[in-house]
Ligand binder design. Structure first.
Ligand code: COA
Length: 182
């Protein structure tokens, strides 16, 4: 059974395997780690997650973010990343939520289960009374999974001038009512 947990060392090997198989197939690199740098990040990953959550030693312009790993038994399946308080950039070009499912588990309908877990966590953590989901226009599967899974979209906007991970991108923002359930 899938559950969302705080990142834990017992899943590190499974997480690393997911980074290897998914690195070239993932738009938003921030949500996973570059497998080629494993020697470096494996030593600090859990402290880094903790620091991000409490806002300690954040890079300039970053807000705090809370990360959960979605696991099934001893297998890492995916990541949920939540930014409780948005800055101006995230309010137009990033949103509150990041969801990642490892490549081997994609296309099996898991985005609805992981999306529900993410919304349940976001309802508790996000300070706004809505949850903002942002998808790249170049990521039709992400857009489709939002349109299929979140019935309570209260607003949809297209933004054309976001610079994300160094590239000009068009994004679609979905504002989801926090009080309703998916
Ligand atoms: C986007 C992502 C979370 C979707 O998860 P998933 O478990 O593969 O998606 P699902 O299997 O639940 O499918 C969701 C929808 O996309 C469709 N879909 C899935 N894979 C597809 C494919 N290869 N081609 C076309 N449509 C596809 C499904 O049919 C479904 O649509 P439907 O409900 O209308 O039938 C996953 O691909 C991922 O982690 N991608 C990398 C990170 C990322 O882009 N995150 C999103 C940031 S907003």
């Amino acid at each position: 059974m899938l559950k969302a947990i705080k990142p834990s060392p017992e899943y590190l090997t499974s997480y690393f395997d997911a980074c290897v198989e998914s690195w070239d197939e993932t738009n938003h690199k921030y949500i996973i780690h570059n497998p080629h740098d494993f020697d470096k990040w494996s030593k600090t990953i859990f402290v880094d997650y903790e620091n991000s959550e409490i806002g300690r030693d954040l890079p300039e312009g970053f807000v705090s973010s809370v990360t959960y790993w979605v696991v099934d038994g001893s297998d890492y399946i995916g990541t949920i990343n939540i930014r409780p308080v948005l800055n101006d950039f995230l309010r137009t070009c990033g949103g509150h939520l990041g969801i990642f499912i490892k490549k081997e588990q994609r296309g099996k309908g898991l985005s609805s289960i992981v999306g529900k877990m993410a919304m349940d966590l976001a309802r508790e953590l996000v300070v706004d009374d809505y949850v903002l989901l942002t998808c790249l226009e170049s990521n039709p599967i992400a857009i489709r999974s939002v349109l299929s899974n979140y019935a309570d979209i209260i607003h949809e906007t297209k933004i054309t001038n976001c610079t994300i991970e160094g590239k000009k991108q068009q994004v679609r923002n979905f504002m989801i009512q926090k009080t309703n359930h998916i």
